[in-house]
Design a protein around this ligand. Sequence first.
Ligand code: PLP
Length: 323
Amino acid sequence: MPARLPLGDPQMRQDLHRIRAAGRILGVENPFFRSHDGIAGAETSIAGRTLLNVVSYDYLGLNGDPRVLAAAEAAMRRYGTSVSASRLVSGERPVHRELEAALAELHGTEDSIAMVSGHATNVTVVGHLVGAGDAVVYDALVHNSVLQGAALSGAQRVPFAHNDMAALERALQSLRPQARRVLVVVEGHYSIDGDVPDLPVLAGIVRRHGGWLMVDEAHSVGVLGATGRGVAEHSGVDPGVVDIWMGTLSKTLCGCGGYIAGSHDLVEYLRCSAPGFLYSVGMAPPWPPPPPRRSGSCGPSRGGWKSCTRTLCYSCGKRRRPG
Ligand SMILES: Cc1ncc(COP(=O)(O)O)c(C=O)c1O
């Protein structure tokens, strides 16, 4: 009889013991799972103590912004707190497609698809787009969600040294003859190191070897580029050099969820076949939150964030007629 999981399993018990012992040896109070009293911005409060907060994703301080709260509340009042079904079945609401149009506009792509978690987006999309006989080639510092997706896919997994374009080229040269499809995955902005890939060079290498390029923009949106559109804007390249843009709504956009932006064909393919989209609930109505804008009054902006898509103004929440 196998030991009962999880606590009967010796390996798991040992791991847990090691984690607890590390905390005791370092003499630190557990820094994890600390409960914050309210909105955690540059400062936060824990058990009534005001503290500097250096571990938040809320890069533009939009969490709690009255415009965001108002839009989230309006969506919740109209559609409730849940869509109560997969979008395919009966969970589709206008806010989903409005969000997806806005994200496509933000990344300069034809379309986008939003899912309930950033992590799950990478797992399901990487896990679904490639499989046995294919290869996933990824920067050694890429996020865990990409690694999980690569493992799920059954494709050959090939890391290359962080931001080392020569190493990427060598990996592609050795793989390309046998691998059917090759997916190269990097981040647009590495949150711990704060560096970015050389996108024009990277895109050129991937194109030359006939691969697909996927860039995770979790930490780029709102942060990189003159108007916060991410690493393509930062690098001065056409977003079309990247086949698959990925992003999360949990960082600058201070919501919850993930998305893929790219061609109509890619998005349509994922909409009708990605398991993590088809078999998961549609995003809750308050999340899609409105993408941020920097300043200015209602109406299409000149230069900065666009405050309006064709159908919705993020600044005032007013609906506009499509056109
Ligand atoms: C690069 C990157 N991709 C994906 C994710 C997963 O996103 P989420 O936390 O929104 O699920 C994260 C989360 O930190 C991340 O840093």
